[in-house]
Write a protein that binds this ligand. Structure first.
Ligand SMILES: Cc1cc2nc3c(=O)[nH]c(=O)nc-3n(C[C@H](O)[C@H](O)[C@H](O)COP(=O)(O)O)c2cc1C
Length: 259
């Protein structure tokens, strides 16, 4: 395969990154990583016909996070082959995969494969615990190998229609919960939360000063804090966690692949 494989992903808590990297391993050629989790890394990008782009995003409220839809409008293809990947927290991915595919296709990409994988839920470790696990990552690598075979059979400029699960109009976006992370007394002031916040919502000089307008509740700060000093406690979020635990912690959803 003579394509240059580009792994373009946003991953606040690391699950999307691991899935996309496994697919990249299966594709088996040199890969270039474009991790767009940090705002400075979200540059305008354009890809050509020699590229293959594996685009991965987490599912928020059954959709592609809205700031990523905005960002992806600045990522251009030129009949560039692409693979769409969504990672969700064992509830459902609803219309996110279709939305990602439509977004990429609207920007000059030809989507030849797509997959929905499962990651530990950002809101609670009790849902999708430990996912993606070894089995998921092996499925990711296998998917990569199948994509490689498909690529070898595609002629330049060939139409490759692909149907994925999802409905249009997409599911309505859910309003953001008016909560922000709270930095507790154990904080070591190491600055990891502020440094790695995907939205730069945490003030560098005062970690307790978090912008509710910027925060997307991705929970990266909660998961990376070395002393577990960060939490998001809000009545509404607690109710969502309880519902997720009751409805989604006992069932194991499996990756769904479209190729
Ligand atoms: C704001 C928000 C909304 C979410 N909505 C959903 C959802 O609709 N369905 C679902 O199964 N998981 C949902 N999740 C969980 C994430 O999709 C899941 O944890 C994913 O693995 C996170 O990816 P990351 O580790 O790359 O950030 C949501 C997480 C957040 C932070």
């Amino acid at each position: 395969m003579d394509k240059l494989v580009n792994l373009l992903y946003f991953s606040a808590t690391g699950t999307t990154a691991r899935v996309v990297q496994a697919i990249g391993e299966g594709l088996g050629s040199t890969v270039r990583e474009c991790d767009i989790s940090h705002p400075y890394s979200r540059q305008d990008l354009s890809f050509g016909r020699q590229d293959l782009v594996v685009a991965g995003v987490p599912v928020y409220g059954g959709r592609v996070p809205d700031f990523l839809v905005d960002y992806l409008a600045r990522v251009k293809g030129d009949q560039t082959l692409a693979v769409c990947v969504v990672v969700y927290g064992n509830r459902d991915y609803d219309d996110a995969l279709l939305e990602l595919k439509d977004t990429m296709e609207g920007n000059g990409f030809l989507v030849i494969g797509a997959g929905a994988f499962i990651g530990e839920h950002s809101y609670t470790r009790l849902v999708g615990t430990g996912r993606p696990d070894r089995q998921d990552l092996e499925q990711g690598r296998q998917f990569g190998r199948r994509l490689r075979q498909k690529l070898a059979a595609i002629n330049p400029g060939q139409e490759v229609p692909l149907a994925v699960k999802g409905d249009f109009p997409y599911k309505e976006r859910t309003p953001k919960i008016p909560a922000i992370p709270v930095i507790g007394a154990d904080c070591l002031e190491c600055g990891m939360c502020a440094e790695s916040c995907p939205m730069q919502a945490i003030n560098w000089k005062n970690f307790h000063d978090i912008s509710e307008g910027k925060c997307i509740l991705c929970c990266r700060c909660v998961k990376i804090c070395p002393v577990q000093a960060v939490s998001v406690d809000h009545e509404k979020l607690d109710r969502i966690r309880q519902t997720l635990i009751a409805q989604c912690s006992q069932v194991r959803r499996e990756p769904e692949l479209f190729i």
